[in-house]
Every structure is written in structure tokens, then in C-alpha cells.
Design a protein around this ligand. Structure first.
Ligand SMILES: Nc1ncnc2c1ncn2[C@@H]1O[C@H](COP(=O)(O)OP(=O)(O)O)[C@@H](O)[C@H]1O
Ligand SMILES: [Mg+2]
Length: 320
């Protein structure tokens, strides 16, 4: 049974820049079910981080937003900063891209873990300290790390501490932006295992951003592929890998090395389109290997072609 904890409806973000506007998030909609792990996938610059920052209400001042972000039916954007502030960290929390470097280098890990709990009135005094130690143990660090400075932790340990900090106020939804990108492969696998275990044990709903399709296939239940600010395709994570419908998803997969794989790795030719103007046709037309004249002039709509399976393409690769 579908039981969405978060629903994003027609999210749009614009950035005002000298001489105009960029539009990096275009009518993005998706649902995150309770306890679900959802992957948001796409090349660098396609708008993934901007989506996450919009969900947290942490966009810079040159941004404007439209659409709805519902957490258990309550719209976070309705009353702007006021309503987002009530939900940020308590309902939705985030592990930022490059979070390993997010700690203040001259303050102990423990003091930084206490901060969100005390600020949001979740715990105080001795109870806050004991919760901070519990959180460290929950993410696989010894409680003695409470007294450590960030530089005394390895990259993987700092990422664990960043996850602990995001969990401090017991959020319903955890957003993780490329949480393993800067880590070596062994530590990557350990951090992914931790996220999986936390979402299983705590019933946490996880929205994880990555450009790595195999990570999504092994960790996530469903995934949303973004291209040039739009949802190109969405569906069950394994289905997207085994049976991609959008040519971009297929090419993205072909461009990803597989462990033990012997096939050639093909990069996707060309570059994504500029985001400072509307697209006359399909955003992917210039790089697509099956595009025709219609694709250059007709904007494809995101069509739900089966339950939970949607694709934005005039010629989806439906294999009979
Ligand atoms: N503060 C900003 N002002 C102007 N443009 C921005 C700003 N932040 C991001 N962008 C632009 O928005 C687009 C999407 O960026 P981002 O969301 O970081 O992509 P991703 O996380 O998928 O790599 C990029 O073209 C980027 O240059
Ligand atoms: Mg990013």
C-alpha cells in the first residue's frame, strides 16, 4: 500500500543571475514512501542538489521557488521560511554534498552534535549528551569520539558523524547528497551499508542523490532519473537498470563501469543544454541516438506508462 511521507508536486526553482535567469529544476514531482529508499540520479549540473536544498528551504537568496513539498500532508512551502523552519532538521534533515568537511575544525564533534538538539529543543543537558553518544554508536563510532576534533577522524568516520548529526532531531526523511563521492570504495560500501541499515532499523525514508546507477540499484527501492532539471524517467530501481525506457537512462547505464564487467564503457557524447532558456523540444535531443525531427520541436510530457513507471520521451524504448 502506498503511504507517502513526502510528496513533491511541480517543484520549480529559478536562480537570478547577471543578465537573466537559470531554471535548473523544472516541474519535478515524486513521492517518497514511508521507509523507502529513493535514488535521485543524473549527471553533474542537472539540478539534484538544488532539489535537495529546496526541500530543506536552504536555497540562496537569488533563488525563487514554486510548487508544493508535502510532509505528511503539510505543505512546507506554503508559508515560506516560517513553515520550513518548523520542519527543517525535525522532519527533513540532510547530509550535505562534501559533508565530511562540514564540521567546524576547532570544535569537538560532541559539541557540534549537541547543537541541533539543543537549538530545536529536542533534548538538553545530560539527556542531550547521552543521546549524542547513542547517535555516535548508532552510526558505528565509539562514544569516546564525542571528545574528538574533526581532524582526528578519518574521512569515513567524519561522514558517519555527519549522518549522526542529521539524525539528531529524529527526522522522518533523510536527504543524502552524494554521501560517498569523496570516499574510497571500501569505505563507500560501509557508508552505504550504514544508510541501508539505518533506514531498515529506524524506518527512515531516504532520498539519496548520486550519479552512480549501480549504487541506486543495490541500495534503493525506486529511482528518479533527472536530466537538465526535468524528471526523465522514474520507476523501480532494478527495472531502470535492466529495462531503461529513456535513451538517457540507457546511455547513463552504459557509461557506468560494472565490477567484473568486461563490456566497453561508452561516454555520452555532447553536453547537457543550457538552463537559461526554455527547451523547444526534448532536452536530450542533441545527444540522443534515436531522436528524430519531432524530438527537436515537440516537448515530451512525462507519461506514466505503467503503475509507478514514468518516462519523458516521444520514443520510449519499450521492448515487447
Ligand atoms: N546559487 C546559484 N546561482 C546560480 N546558479 C546556480 C546556483 N546554484 C546552482 N546553480 C546552477 O544550477 C544548476 C544545477 O546545479 P546543481 O543543483 O548543483 O546540480 P547537481 O547537484 O545535479 O550537480 C547548475 O547549472 C548550476 O550552475
Ligand atoms: Mg550536486
Amino acid at each position: 500500500m502506498a503511504d507517502p511521507v513526502m510528496r513533491v508536486d511541480d517543484l520549480n526553482v529559478w536562480f537570478e543571475v547577471p543578465g537573466g535567469e537559470v531554471h535548473p529544476v523544472r516541474d519535478v514531482s515524486f513521492e517518497l514512501q514511508r521507509g523507502e529508499r529513493l535514488g535521485l540520479v543524473g549527471e553533474s549540473g542537472c539540478g539534484k542538489t538544488t532539489v535537495m536544498l529546496a526541500l530543506m528551504g536552504l536555497l540562496p537568496p537569488n533563488a525563487s521557488v514554486s510548487g508544493r513539498v508535502l510532509i505528511d500532508g503539510v505543505d512546507l512551502l506554503e508559508r515560506g521560511e516560517v513553515s520550513i523552519r518548523e520542519h527543517r532538521w525535525r522532519d527533513v534533515a540532510m547530509v550535505f554534498q562534501g559533508a565530511m568537511n562540514a564540521f567546524n575544525p576547532v570544535r569537538r564533534i560532541g559539541a557540534q552534535l549537541l547543537e541541533p538538539m539543543v537549538f530545536h529543543g529536542v533534548e538538553k543537558g545530560a539527556a542531550a549528551k547521552s543521546r549524542a553518544c547513542e547517535l555516535l554508536e548508532l552510526v558505528g563510532l565509539p562514544a569516546t569520539r564525542f571528545e574528538s576534533f574533526p581532524h582526528e577522524l578519518s574521512g569515513g568516520q567524519r561522514q558517519r558523524a555527519a549522518i549522526a548529526m542529521a539524525l539528531a532531531c529524529r527526522p522522518k526523511v533523510l536527504l543524502a547528497d552524494e554521501p560517498t563521492t569523496a570516499l574510497d570504495v571500501i569505505v563507500q560500501a560501509q557508508v552505504l551499508d550504514l544508510l541501508q541499515q539505518l533506514s531498515d532499523d529506524l524506518g527512515l525514508s531516504l532520498l539519496i542523490v548520486t550519479h552512480d546507477l549501480p549504487i541506486v540499484a543495490s541500495l534503493c527501492h525506486r529511482s528518479v532519473v533527472m536530466y537538465a532539471g526535468q524528471v526523465a524517467e522514474s520507476g523501480a530501481a532494478l527495472d531502470l537498470v535492466r529495462n531503461p525506457l529513456h535513451p538517457y537512462t540507457r546511455l547513463l547505464h552504459a557509461a557506468t563501469p560494472e565490477i567484473g564487467g568486461s563490456g566497453p564503457i561508452a561516454s555520452i557524447p555532447g553536453v547537457p543544454p543550457r538552463l537559461d532558456h526554455p527547451f523547444p523540444g526534448c532536452a536530450f535531443v542533441d545527444r540522443c541516438d534515436v531522436a528524430d525531427d519531432a524530438c527537436a520541436s515537440q516537448q515530451p510530457q512525462l507519461l506514466e506508462i505503467a503503475q509507478g513507471r514514468a518516462v519523458r520521451c516521444l520514443h520510449p524504448e519499450v521492448h515487447q
